[in-house]
Design a binder for this molecule. Structure first.
Ligand code: NAI
Length: 364
């Protein structure tokens, strides 16, 4: 991995060239533009390699990956084709360290990886569809570039508050992006997402500026472990930045529904006022729940004073060392937020957020 990391782009381009040359029929399983896909393959390999000596984490990761591949139409017989192209690319680009032992190790690793993914997909077939179709039933513009999109899945969609899904629009076939659920599971089965149209973001722009009631999108399975541990009495300290407030709102609803009195402190960060597009919902929740506090944090505070953002805001309050922490927002905010939370005494095992690899590219 160290050998190929600096030239990951070339290796993955060569890998896909080999794959499609030898198996042209596989091309149609992938999106027209392959740039994000190339990154994803390498990140998946890197994640698998990083956890090679930690079977429990590796198995959890690959199980999700295997299930998640069902929506792409991946079949067991595709795995050997991918393995051969991978070994072909490594043989060429890791030439300096490549030899019979390295090759045998990679073949063994790939065989294990693919078997875990295939088994997970086979088992998942017994209980879940490969994907869900969902009809847009409401589309509400909150700012010129943020929409709340509500959909009705064609069959029950079980998930937990704080999780996210992958979503494909009819306008960009086979381009899937991640979005967090903006509500806890609802009795009417509807699902909502907060979507911000970002520059060059195909899926986000389509969802914000093109999607209308009646359009049908596809959803993959739910994923993510940013969920509430209902066996604990710890308070919840939640940091939501921009549209990252969506899963935080879901967590608040989840705590409310469980009826156990736990304090929940929400810090809602935004660069400017527009970014607080959901503050009224949060304040309404606060009115009905005395255990909830909501603090908006603007980067530029009124009066022109620049603020230290969410990390500084949590340092100014507290103490937090008996709280569980939840972060949702841009990767930079999560990195700095985790530093601040560790700094105020919350151990890392009580800090939850989605994987930064999954978030990268999440909103495009
Ligand atoms: N489950 C999750 O973690 C979710 C994450 N998101 C992510 O949230 C982001 C939302 O985008 P926008 O609304 O445009 O957010 P934004 O870029 O306007 O920032 C929102 C907040 O994060 C803070 N922030 C941004 N970069 C920071 C950094 N490097 N250090 C410290 N604070 C920082 C800002 O000060 C602001 O308070 C997207 O990247 C999206 O992928 C959105 C929904 C769910």
């Amino acid at each position: 991995m160290a050998e190929i990391e600096p030239i990951a782009d070339q290796v993955t381009s060569y890998f896909y060239a080999l794959l499609f040359l030898r198996h042209p029929d596989l091309r149609e399983l992938f999106p027209a533009a392959m740039n994000t896909q190339r990154d994803r393959l390498f990140k998946a390999l890197l994640t698998a390699a990083t956890h090679a000596d930690d079977p429990a984490t590796l198995t959890t990761y690959l199980t999700h990956l295997g299930r998640g591949h069902r929506k792409y139409g991946t079949r067991p017989e595709h795995y050997p084709a991918v393995g051969e192209a991978l070994i072909g690319a490594l043989t060429r680009y890791a030439a300096a360290v490549w030899g019979p032992r390295t090759e045998a190790a990679w073949v063994a690793a790939y065989t294990t990886i693919s078997q875990i993914m295939i088994d997970a997909a086979t088992e998942d077939e017994l209980r879940s569809p490969a994907w869900w179709q969902a009809e847009v039933v409401a589309h509400e513009m909150r700012t010129p570039d943020i929409a709340v999109v509500t959909v009705r899945p064609d069959q029950p969609y079980p998930f937990l508050a704080g999780q996210y899904t992958s979503l494909e629009t009819p306008w960009w076939p086979r381009v899937w992006r991640h979005y967090s659920f903006a509500s806890a599971p609802r009795s009417d089965g509807l699902l909502s997402f907060h979507v911000k149209a970002v520059p060059a973001g195909w899926v986000s722009n389509a969802l914000v500026h093109r999607a209308r009631p009646g359009d049908v999108i596809r959803l993959g399975p739910p994923a993510g472990s940013m969920t509430v541990d209902h066996n604990s009495d710890n308070g919840l300290l939640c940091l939501g930045g921009g549209t990252g407030i969506a899963p935080i709102k879901a967590l608040v609803e989840d705590v409310a529904r469980h009826g156990r009195r736990r304090t929940v402190d929400v810090f809602y960060g935004a660069r400017e006022n527009d970014g607080l597009y959901d503050i009224e919902t949060m304040l309404r929740l606060r009115q009905s729940h005395p255990w909830l506090s909501v603090r908006p944090v603007l980067d530029d505070a009124p009066g022109g004073l620049p603020s230290g953002g969410l990390p500084d805001a949590i340092r100014e309050h507290g103490p937090w060392h008996t709280h569980d922490a939840y972060l949702s927002g841009p990767p930079g905010m999560i990195r700095r937020g985790v530093e601040a939370l560790v700094g105020v005494g919350i151990p890392t095992h009580r800090i939850r957020h989605d994987s930064l690899e999954e978030l990268a590219g999440a909103t495009t």
